[in-house]
Design a protein around this ligand. Sequence first.
Ligand SMILES: Cc1cc2nc3c(=O)[nH]c(=O)nc-3n(C[C@H](O)[C@H](O)[C@H](O)COP(=O)(O)OP(=O)(O)OC[C@H]3O[C@@H](n4cnc5c(N)ncnc54)[C@H](O)[C@@H]3O)c2cc1C
Ligand code: SF4
Length: 482
Amino acid sequence: MTKKMLQFVGLEKETPLKRDTKKRRQDFNEIYNEFISGKAKEQSSRCSQCGIPFCQIHCPLSNNIPDWLKLTAEGRLQEAYEVSQSTNNMPEVCGRICPQDRLCEGNCVIEQSGHGTVTIGSVEKYITDTAWEKGWVKPLKIKRELKQSVGIIGAGPAGLACAEELRKSGYQVTIYDRYDRPGGLLIYGIPNFKLEKFVVERRTKLLKDGGIKFVQNFEVGKDKTLYELRKEHEAILIATGVYKAREIDIPGQSLQNIFPAMEFLTASNRKGLGDKVELFDDGTLNAEGKNVVVIGGGDTAMDCVRTSIRQKAKSVKCLYRRDRENMPGSAREVGNAIEEGVEFVWLSSPKNFIGVNKKVTAVEVNKMKLGTPDSSGRRRPEIESGSEYKIPADLVIKSLGFDPENIPKLFNAEELAISQWGTIKIDLKSMQTNLDGIFAAGDIVRGASLVVWAIRDGRDAAVQIEKYLRLKINKKKSEEAA
Ligand SMILES: Cc1cc2nc3c(=O)[nH]c(=O)nc-3n(C[C@H](O)[C@H](O)[C@H](O)COP(=O)(O)OP(=O)(O)OC[C@H]3O[C@@H](n4cnc5c(N)ncnc54)[C@H](O)[C@@H]3O)c2cc1C
Ligand code: SF4
């Protein structure tokens, strides 16, 4: 901490007594910004500018990390911002929520040598937050408007990134989304303590100001079929994400107060956004004062346990059938959850839900042991016979992952090709589906993944859509000339 900051919090003698709270807040912001700016510079100057930038290689967007770290260390923040935003449509989002320990930071040479990584994500967040504050982030200015239009289904990171890239080139872009707000999982999935909602809202506003049209509360399949939409645009991108929650088939499923993760997280996010949420307001989806049991070991499960802690749950337990080393979630997130008071019950799997008066009161659990590796190479969990015991629970949250919905059926487009996992099949080079002019990107192609990959896919899809549209125009021109 700087001397000024220590003074402010009263740990240094000369603390000036300031009773004016507005002034105090201003003072705090000033000192805090100074502190963060110092930290960003300090971290950036730790970058060794090594010959092979492993951080950049392991960033899905191939962000030019060494360059923007160097510029930040030299105090050339606006240039750092320009470099950073040239490869990433939402650097402040990635800076906040990328699992950096598995991507850029995990591969930092300084980290590998045991001296602690350069905190790349925090610096990326700092650069873009500063750019917003200073007014360097501006809506797109289109040099040449083009007539061709593209319809994008899904306003998550894949759809938004694709829309921005196509709009930059002058195309008319309309995004259709079944939710009332744009952002996809950025707005209703990821909790506010990881990604503040104003950060998402100011991004989508920027895109609107740049001429991208948003049609909310519009569900493709219900409000229009895929083919109807296709007729209105020269190309379509499907970026609908994956939303079908995986189920656990055990007795007691139908008891009250057992919810899928997205229901719990959406209620909490909507509440934070100021919406009226009946099931939260009447206490059903509010963890306050309850014994909460979350089932699952991925990042969504971590979001549920950490949200429950923030809602002042009486106890929060996370049940996972493998051990800590084999958890799919980010190690950093698990560490955060433990620090906040979450109890992990590793090597445990639910056997049945027990209830009184139709409401869940406990989860009966089997202890597990790890056996031989399965086809994925991970050791298979096996039940230890006679090891059952009960954990009290007033609220159970199921977080076992997501599968794609049946898109061909939902969209009234049975011909749309899908893989054995239900994800949309695309040609990996052209990103086109088996239907002419219909492309797909993000989780609906990859399966549940990461925001940074969705952005990458959205950007790649924009390049391919543009190629397709140009070819179409050239073909038309040569036909007219013939
Ligand atoms: C709880 C949770 C926490 C996560 N935390 C992280 C994290 O910390 N870091 C990270 O990198 N990743 C995280 N992820 C993963 C990340 O959010 C996704 O990989 C990413 O959002 C996928 O982007 P997308 O654009 O493909 O889809 P989505 O973000 O899911 O957006 C799809 C959009 O399509 C719309 N849509 C769907 N069907 C239709 C239809 N028929 N008509 C119209 N619109 C439709 C939906 O309403 C939605 O807005 C998390 C995921 C979850 C569930
Ligand atoms: S986008 Fe993600 S992986 Fe890439 S530099 Fe930023 S935080 Fe690291």
